[in-house]
Design a protein around this ligand. Structure first.
Ligand code: HPA
Ligand SMILES: [Zn+2]
Length: 351
């Protein structure tokens, strides 16, 4: 195949290319895809009282100053999820939007402790989410898998109990992650539970370097032995860490809208995505909590490119390619996606 001539692709072509390209979403919390309309519908269905009068009042509360101010509302929103059907409906709504964004592979985070703490059974959570993932594979033709996240503001013993409770459903999820309040809760606190997950053949990822310091990225790598870093944008404060991440070609699942909404960066034009790519880091773009942060994956991509003039066709291709390569799909699954991506960019570069 002749090679893609990136200089022949105009910036004006990028929004359409970014939208149409096959892509993977690797950092999206399913509870963060719960739109206010669905929160109210599930609250009605389950007789759950909400401290907001209506959808508009709830949406008006989505003004965050940092990660914690978001998490407080995010955990409250998840309280409407009770039955297996609720978990299915939430995931199915996301997966239909994902397919519309040409996501061919979705690796979906879920927070079981948010639900088991309210008396919901682990099996209800996992089975409901998994049935939506299977339905998406059949009806939408996209690969969807689950990653179980431990809440880092809780203890490692609670994480170990959560993993034990999930092991009867081992075949229904592919990995474990670490999320919730980052500062003061370093990755090394979870060394034992990550080692136990690794023994089960589970993939390992962790949030690090979102609000927390570069040291948390080092310990996610060296202690937890993760395969991807979620966020990781603060790595640029430590040149030795950048060098290590580049050498490893360690994927960073960057979430631009999230970073702006949670005040990690003042605005989209100040985001460091272009710097990360130009340093040779294997960055990807993701939506994190799309119902709360103002948009799904394609909107994150298109608006980030609009905001950052330093990003061009080569960056667009690299980000999309990185997302497919960094996924936990098999080489056989990735091959046709990568071929489709190449074909799309090649066609756009011919003139
Ligand atoms: O961006 C996040 N960071 C940490 N925990 C989370 N849980 C949902 N989204 C996030
Ligand atoms: Zn996240």
């Amino acid at each position: 195949m002749s090679s893609i001539n990136f200089d022949h692709i105009d910036r004006a072509q990028l929004p359409a290319l970014l939208r149409a390209a096959p892509k993977a979403e690797l950092h999206m919390h399913i509870e963060g895809s719960l739109e206010p309309e669905l929160i109210f519908e599930l609250a009605r269905r389950n007789g759950v009282a909400l401290p907001y009068a209506d959808v508009e009042a709830l949406r008006a509360a989505y003004a965050f100053t940092d990660l914690q101010s978001f998490l407080d509302i995010y955990y409250a929103g998840a309280s409407v999820l009770i039955t297996e059907a609720d978990f299915h409906d939430m995931a199915w709504a996301y997966l239909q939007r994902a397919a519309a964004d040409h996501i061919v592979n979705a690796e979906i985070f879920f927070d079981p402790q948010t639900h088991t703490a309210r008396g919901i059974a682990m099996g209800t959570v996992i089975t409901g989410l998994h049935s939506a993932a299977k339905r998406a594979e059949k009806e939408l033709g996209l690969r969807a898998v689950l990653i179980l996240c431990f809440l880092r503001h809780l203890s490692e013993d609670e994480a170990l109990a959560t993993l034990d409770a999930a092991l009867p459903y081992r075949e229904l999820f592919v990995g474990v992650g670490l999320d919730s309040s980052e500062r003061g809760h370093p990755p090394e606190n979870f060394a034992r539970v990550f080692a136990k997950a690794a023994q089960q053949g589970l993939h390992l990822v962790a949030h690090a370097g979102e609000e927390g310091p570069p040291e948390y990225i080092w310990s996610a790598l060296d202690v937890l032995k993760v395969e991807r870093i979620d966020h990781g944008v603060r790595c640029t404060e430590d040149p030795a860490l950048v060098q290590r991440l580049v050498e490893l070609q360690m994927p960073l699942t960057v979430c631009p809208f999230s970073n702006v909404k949670l005040c990690v960066f003042d605005s989209l034009p100040r985001h460091n995505l272009a710097t990360l790519l130009d340093l040779g880091l294997k960055a990807t773009v993701n939506s994190d909590d799309p119902a709360y942060f103002g948009g799904y994956l394609n909107q994150n991509l298109v608006e980030t490119f609009e905001a950052l003039p330093a990003l061009g066709a080569r960056h667009a291709y690299q980000l999309l390619r990185n997302s497919l390569e960094a996924s936990f799909a098999t080489a056989e699954q990735k091959a046709p996606w990568l071929a489709d991506l190449d074909r799309l960019f090649l066609t756009a570069s011919v003139r």
